[in-house]
Design a protein around this ligand. Sequence first.
Ligand code: SF4
Length: 335
Amino acid sequence: MIRELTEAKKNLQRNGFLDVPVNVNLDLFAEIERLKKEKNAIVLAHYYQEPDIQDVADYIGDSLGLSQQAAKTDADIIVFAGVHFMAETAKILSPQKKVLLPDLKAGCSLADSAPPELFKKFREKYPDHIVISYINCSAGIKALSDIICTSSNAEKIIESVPADQPIIFAPDRNLGSYLIKKTGRDMVLWNGACMVHEIFSLEKITRLKVRHPKAKIIAHPECEAAVLAIADYIGSTTGLLKFSERDDAQEYIVVTETGILHQMEKNNPNKTFIPAPPNNACACNDCPHMKLNTLEKLYLCMEYEEPEITMDEQLRIAAKKPIDRMLEISAQYGL
Ligand code: SF4
């Protein structure tokens, strides 16, 4: 095992995780609980993680909730079951803590659609604008931003900026267009998109609605405008979950990543949730990045404390400023 482990450490960057065998007889749920206690570790899981990971997490949430949780935990180790930019955000907020990500390759097409060197040049074309960036971006983009926002608080963040102050919104053009409509602010948009939310099929959703006429369509604002136009409710992942709890319909067509259905079904056992189909042969829409994390990889990263997220201190300080601003504005509005 020692030789296998040494080899796996050498290949960590290439594989994204410590690729050593896990005993199939291990009760991974119990092992993860043991490791949490022994190492004073906390597991944060995004709603798009597989159900088993959600079930062992200490906190399940979307980007805002997870970043707030990362900021206030007193654990020594934060295990971030999500994608790379989320674990980076935890590191930015908690530099003294060890931050682990089950698979380093769990990236994000939206974050990747905004390379910092190109964005810096783009920003220079608009010297009078401030930059509001959606939290789904790299630390490099955060460091070039004035305020971060999430899909839960974006409207309030934009409204908190004086009306005569021009704004660049990055990196998601669909969320940006939706926010232009909602707030009436004429923002300059960076042309990025999420590969998961962009490929929902308007035609297939319309057909589903014909078969389930009483179902409400609930959608994430990262979806394209044509899909949002037929939605009964638009909101962040947490917003969709809360809506499904307070609303009195019995059936919902859920237009976001399928991972959220686990909490929706747990919290509303008598309601039916139908995942919206994408524009390909699949019946539902999983984020391939989020789903790189598995219970085995979660266990391995806790056991061996790798892969770890590390960051240059100057970059961390620059990336923290706009997140702090977001957390301040969110606190002002009680979000
Ligand atoms: S669902 Fe989209 S925005 Fe979220 S991690 Fe996956 S690619 Fe990125």
